[in-house]
Write a protein that binds this ligand. Structure first.
Ligand SMILES: Cc1cc2nc3c(=O)[nH]c(=O)nc-3n(C[C@H](O)[C@H](O)[C@H](O)COP(=O)(O)O)c2cc1C
Length: 408
C-alpha cells in the first residue's frame, strides 16, 4: 500500500519512522548534552544513556513483554542509548534466580523483539553481559525489601545454587553470602567462552553496543581486586595476572563483535578501601590503557561493590572525577554515572570534557521523560515522537497551539 506516513525501515511490523529520533536537537548550536556522539559506525543522537539496571523479573533468564515496555519507555522518550541490565552469560552467573540471561540461543528471540522496538524509534541499544561470581544466588532486592526476614542466600528449593558459587578465590563477600569455590583454569576458560558466546548471541539479536560488566564486585571485578583475588597462578598476584581474565575476554569478544560496533566496559574505578591492598584509580588508568589497545571504545566508570569494608563518599556526581581522570590520562572515551540528576549538571560534565556520555539510573526510573525535561531546562528544542506531536513543548505553546480545542 502507498502511504504518506513513511514506515520505519527494517522493522518486522508497520510503525511510523522517527526521523530524526525523539530527543534529537532541532535548535541550532545545541548544548553539548544534546550533540551527537559517533563511535565506530554508530551515532548516538545525544549524550544521555539509561544505565543498566537489573529488574529481577525473569524466569530461566528470559526477557518478557515486561522488559519490552520497561525499556521501550526510554526509547520512546528520546534517550541516546538504552543499556539493558546485567545479563548473565551462565546460569550460575546470575545475581538472583530471577536475573536475565543470554546463555542459551532461545534467549535471542525475546531480546530481538526489544531491539526491534528500540530501533523502530531510531534509538540505539546496548546489552551488558555479566557473571556475578561470588555475589551470586542472592535474593531479589525488591523481595527482601518487602520481607527482610527471608533468607539472603537463595536455597536450591527456591531455584538457588549456594553449593555452586564460584570466584577467583574461595573467599565469600561477607558472612551473609555463599562461600565460593575457587575456579580452576578450565572453568575460567569456559566462562571466558561463555562471554564470547553471549557476544555472538547479542550480535544475532542486533544490538548496537555490547558492554562487559567488570564492576560492582561481580566476577570481573573480583579478579581485578587483590581483596577478592588471592590466586597464585597466572590469574592472580601481579597487576598483569589479576587483569588477565578481563583483558583476555575483552580481546576475544572484540574479535567476534562487529568491527563497526562499539564495545564498552563498565569498571569500578576504585574499591574505596584505604587500609588494605585494593583496586585503585591508578590501577584503573593502567587497565584502561590495555583495554584501549585491544579495541574497547568507551569505559563506563562506576565504583565500589567488592567489599563490605568500602567507605564510599556519595554525593551528586560522586564518580565524575574518576571518569575525568581516566579520560585525561588514557585519552579514552568515558561515561560517567552516579547521582547525575540535574540537566545543567549533566550538561556541564559533557561541556567541561569530564566524560563523553552521562548515564542515569534511578532518575530514569523516577522520570522516564527526563530527556524532554532536560531539553526544556537547557533551552533546546528537541524532536518528540511523531505520534505525540500535539504535546510538543507543552509549557511554551506554539502560536498555532491547539491544546484547548476538543480532540480532532
Ligand atoms: C535497580 C537497580 C539495578 C541496577 N542494576 C545494575 C546492573 O544491572 N548493572 C550495573 O552495572 N549497574 C546496575 N545498577 C547501578 C546503576 O547502573 C547505576 O550505576 C547506579 O544506580 C548509580 O547511578 P544513579 O545514581 O543514576 O542511579 C543498578 C542500580 C539500580 C538502582
Amino acid at each position: 500500500m502507498k502511504t504518506f506516513n513513511t514506515p520505519a525501515p527494517n522493522i518486522p511490523y508497520y510503525t511510523p519512522v522517527q526521523d530524526p529520533p525523539a530527543g534529537s536537537a532541532l535548535s541550532p548550536n545545541p548544548p553539548p548534552l544534546f550533540t551527537p556522539l559517533t563511535i565506530r559506525g554508530v551515532t548516538f543522537h545525544n549524550r544521555i544513556a539509561v544505565s543498566p539496571m537489573c529488574m529481577y523479573s525473569s524466569e530461566d533468564g528470559f526477557f518478557t513483554d515486561w522488559h519490552l515496555v520497561h525499556l521501550g519507555q526510554f526509547a520512546l522518550r528520546g534517550v541516546g542509548l538504552v543499556i539493558i541490565e546485567a545479563t548473565a552469560v551462565r546460569p550460575e552467573g546470575r545475581i538472583s534466580p530471577h536475573d536475565a540471561g543470554i546463555w542459551d540461543d532461545n534467549h535471542i528471540a525475546p531480546l530481538k523483539r526489544i531491539v526491534d522496538y528500540v530501533h523502530s524509534q531510531g534509538i540505539k541499544i546496548a546489552i551488558q553481559i555479566a557473571h556475578a561470581g561470588r555475589k551470586a544466588t542472592t535474593n531479589v532486592p525488591h523481595v527482601i525489601e518487602c520481607d527482610p526476614t527471608l533468607p539472603y542466600v537463595v536455597p536450591r528449593e527456591y531455584g538457588g545454587w549456594p553449593d555452586d558459587v564460584v570466584g577467583p578465590s574461595a573467599i565469600p563477600w561477607d558472612s551473609n553470602h555463599a562461600k565460593p569455590r575457587e575456579l580452576t583454569i578450565p572453568e575460567i576458560q569456559n566462562i571466558q567462552k561463555a562471554f564470547v558466546d553471549a557476544a555472538n548471541r547479542a550480535k544475532t539479536a542486533g544490538f548496537d553496543v555490547l558492554e562487559l560488566h567488570y564492576a560492582h564486585g561481580y566476577l570481573g571485578h573480583e579478579f581485578l581486586s587483590p581483596i577478592s583475588n588471592k590466586r597464585t597462578d597466572e590469574y592472580g598476584g601481579s597487576f598483569e595476572n589479576r587483569t588477565r581474565f578481563n583483558v583476555e575476554i575483552a580481546g576475544k569478544v572484540r574479535e567476534v563483535w562487529p568491527e563497526d560496533k562499539p564495545l564498552f566496559v563498565r569498571i569500578s574505578a576504585t574499591d574505596w578501601v584505604e587500609n588494605e591492598e585494593s583496586w585503585t584509580v591508578d590501577d584503573s588508568v593502567k587497565l584502561v590503557r590495555k583495554f584501549k589497545e585491544i579495541g574497547v571504545d568507551l569505559v563506563d566508570v562506576s565504583s565500589g561493590g567488592n567489599t563490605p569494608a568500602q567507605k564510599i563518599v556519595v554525593g551528586p556526581g560522586y564518580q565524575v572525577a574518576f571518569a575525568e581522570k581516566i579520560r585525561k590520562e588514557t585519552n579514552s572515551l568515558t561515561g560517567s554515572v552516579g547521582l547525575i540528576r540535574e540537566p545543567k549538571f549533566a550538561n556541564d560534565i559533557i561541556a567541561s570534557g569530564k566524560a563523553d556520555l552521562v548515564l542515569l539510573g534511578r532518575q530514569f526510573l523516577a522520570d522516564s521523560g527526563w530527556v524532554f525535561r532536560a531539553a526544556e531546562e537547557l533551552g533546546v528544542i528537541v524532536k518528540w515522537p511523531r505520534q505525540y506531536h500535539r504535546c510538543y513543548n507543552v509549557k511554551k505553546p506554539r502560536p498555532d497551539d491547539d491544546t484547548n480545542e476538543t480532540a480532532k
